[in-house]
Write a new protein. Structure first.
Ligand code: ATP
Length: 666
């Protein structure tokens, strides 16, 4: 249980023992105050707080138990874990991390690596005995020397790898401590070391040993990172190649510092690519990992400035806020939700079918065309259509507002006798699929006030199949006042999303405004918006998917024309007859009135919208939106479309196209 509460980022400081060669023994600059409770230390009157503050007398085992053992549990739960040692050269980073082959040192000096591996083996064996789940353990060993990564276990350890491909370095299986011994011997044998003034066996490269734990369900990694020591180039007394090594070491350390600072500050862009070290560690320095920093400091007064800078780095790393548990939960719920949405949205698709055996997965048939790209495209479109993306949510809200305005304007046509229809919906599920066409072009009296639109549709074409029926409903133009009301609340969300999908999207359209519309998931956003606006004016658009854009436009134009012509034909007075008498004409907006209404709404939008809102009007780009806003601010609001037309933003036939897309009367 304690492991579950483990903080994702932990910082520990370890004081190194005195180095004899530095001469006479002087009092340490690092003090551990009695009130510190093992969590703070003082250097030159400054108190620093960390998760652990280890004095020089602490043993390897105590340090391991407090710092790394909890990470081993997390590793086996499937999380990525990283233990990273940094600090001045010669302060015991390699010693603490356990980079020396175990058979070359006394057991009490064994560092983190062999101890962690021993505990991993113990737990893996216990798990395999319990549930027979095969778990394999591997290790890889790379070094970053002079800003180049090297695979120390590979066949060519002195040939640099491509930084972005370090994940593909050699992984050797680990079955026992003896295997680790071999791996460390091979790796440390190939690693670059050089005697310096500060350390007779100073590492000249950053080393990353990764223990991979692979099972059927997950692949987790524990990175043990032994950074090369930070060093003042002057103090090491190096020249030439060795000096350049020092510069590159410091470059890597600086970049890791920058990454940690950016993460702690909550920046969205983290400079991982500043150095090879951070590029390689990128996967470990994310919100999904458990991070443990071990800052190694020197007790000597001559190292005071390095000690203080190491402690300051630790203090800034304390600000890191990682939450691997939450990320894992989010990932799980997103995966479940995405599968659910995909299953619903794509169940009709021939390309992707739900897996009958496993309800949480989808089967993409093998073919030369089936790649993951279309799947991600479909997924993105589905999320956008369901209003799950912020942009879609915003647009939907704007459309609702816009359409509410239209509702207010159009509601003045509602007669008393039709008011009783308002807000009524049959409990029938069929009603949920109704799409009351937008405007009344052909008057129809429903047989009773409770008759549904489906009823009306059935009246028109009673014997068609359900699919055809839907399209007929979409194309039929009944005119109850309810139709007008519904028409005014069409939103892109309600156009395609089912109830459950809308719940997921988080956007609640107006009550009982679910409408079925011609399916048009493959259209561009501008076309969809144009269609939805047009459908208010001309009725539902016939199904136009999978066609070329020009063909779709032509179809829509044709449809609009035919509806207008039909409407005009209706306007011709007919001889009075029994049928005519029986039909009570409801107030219906004529196309011209609708055009005028639409133009008015449109001018409102042009006069009141900000640049961003103007940009979202189909046919208006960023520059045009800016010009419109500028013109408006200088010369006042647009009173009619001619003023809009007179702006110098319409080259060629842009104005005509603009009017056409937005159903404006030129
Ligand atoms: N806590 C300790 N107890 C005993 N010996 C230690 C301890 N810390 C460091 N040493 C010894 O100090 C020497 C230098 O340590 P180490 O090589 O680990 O330093 P380092 O920080 O890795 O240096 P560099 O960055 O130059 O590689 C080694 O001989 C090591 O055995």
């Amino acid at each position: 249980m304690e492991g579950a509460k483990l903080s994702a980022v932990r910082i520990a400081v370890r004081e190194a023992p005195y180095r004899q060669f530095l001469g006479r023994r002087e009092p340490s600059v690092v003090q551990f105050p009695p009130w510190s409770d093992g969590k703070s230390l003082m250097v030159e009157q400054n108190e620093f707080y960390f998760d652990h503050a280890f004095p020089a007398t602490i043993s390897q085992d105590e340090m391991y138990q407090a710092l790394i053992l909890p990470l081993v549990d997390k590793l086996l739960e499937g999380f990525q874990c990283t233990a990273l040692a940094y600090g001045q050269t010669g302060t015991g980073k390699s010693y603490s991390m356990g980079m020396t082959p175990p058979d070359k040192i006394l057991p009490e000096h064994l560092g983190i690596l062999p101890r962690a591996l021993s505990d991993i083996f113990e737990r893996v064996t216990a798990r395999q005995e319990n549930n027979k789940d095969a778990i394999q353990v591997y290790a890889s060993f790379i070094e970053i020397y002079n800003e180049k990564p090297f695979d120390l276990l590979g066949s060519t350890p002195h040939m640099p790898m491509v930084a972005a491909r370090c994940q593909r370095c050699t992984c050797l299986p680990l079955h026992s401590q003896a295997d680790l011994n071999q791996i460390l011997e091979l790796g440390t044998g190939n690693r670059r070391v050089r005697p310096t003034n500060m350390n007779s066996n100073s590492s000249r490269s950053h080393a990353i040993v990764t223990i991979h734990v692979k099972s059927k369900t997950h692949h987790s990694r524990m990175n043990i990172v032994d950074l090369a020591g930070s060093e003042g180039v002057r103090r090491t007394g190096h020249e030439g190649v060795a000096r350049q090594e020092g510069v590159n070491i410091n470059l890597g350390l600086l970049s890791i510092n920058k990454v940690v600072m950016s993460m702690a500050a909550g920046h969205t862009v983290i400079p991982y690519r500043d150095s090879v070290l951070t590029t390689v560690l990128q996967a470990s320095l994310t919100a999904q990992s458990y991070l443990t920093f071990l800052a190694c400091i020197s007790p000597h007064r001559c190292d005071l400035s390095e000690t203080l800078s190491t402690l300051r780095f630790g203090t800034s790393a304390k600000k890191l806020r990682l939450n691997p548990m939450q990320v894992a939960r989010q990932k799980q719920s997103l995966a479940a939700r995405t599968t659910h949405i995909l299953r619903q949205a794509l169940c009709t698709s021939t390309a992707i079918k739900p897996n009958a055996a496993n309800h949480n997965s989808l089967v993409v048939p093998n073919s030369k065309y089936s790649t993951t790209k279309p799947l991600s495209g479909v997924l993105h479109r589905t999320r956008s259509e369901l209003g799950m993306t912020p942009k879609a949510k915003k647009r939907a809200r704007e459309l609702l507002e816009l359409e509410e305005t239209t509702l207010e304007l159009s509601s003045i046509h509602i007669t008393d006798n039709s008011l009783s229809l308002l807000g009524f919906h049959s409990g029938s599920d069929k009603d949920r699929h109704l799409m009351p066409p937008p405007t009344g072009l052909e008057t129809r009296q429903a047989s009773s006030q409770n008759s549904t639109l489906m009823g009306i549709a059935e009246e028109a074409e009673p014997k068609e199949s359900s699919k055809v029926q839907q399209s007929i409903v979409a194309n039929t133009v009944p005119t109850t006042v309810r139709c007008q009301l519904f028409n005014t609340t069409i939103s892109p969300i309600s156009l395609r999303a089912s109830n459950s999908q809308r719940e997921l999207s988080g956007i609640q359209p107006m009550e009982e405004t679910i409408v079925a519309s011609p399916q048009q998931p493959c259209l561009r956003r501008s076309m969809r918006l144009a269609n939805s606006m047009r459908s208010q004016n001309y009725g539902a658009i016939p199904k136009v998917t999978n066609l070329r854009r020009s063909t779709r436009l032509a179809g829509i134009r044709e449809h609009a024309t035919s509806v207008v012509v039909k409407n005009e034909t209706d306007a011709i007075p007919r001889p009075r007859g029994a049928v005519q008498k029986k039909r009570t004409r409801k107030v219906k907006p004529a196309p011209k009135a609708w055009m005028a209404n639409n133009t008015r709404c449109f001018l409102d939008l042009l006069n009141n919208g900000n640049v961003k809102q103007l940009q979202e009007i189909p046919g208006i780009g960023p520059k045009s939106a800016f010009s419109l806003a500028l013109h408006r601010s200088r010369l006042g609001c647009f009173e009619n479309l001619f003023q809009v037309k007179s702006l110098p933003i319409w080259s060629g036939n842009k104005w005509e196209r603009f009017c056409q897309i937005n159903c404006l009367d030129t």
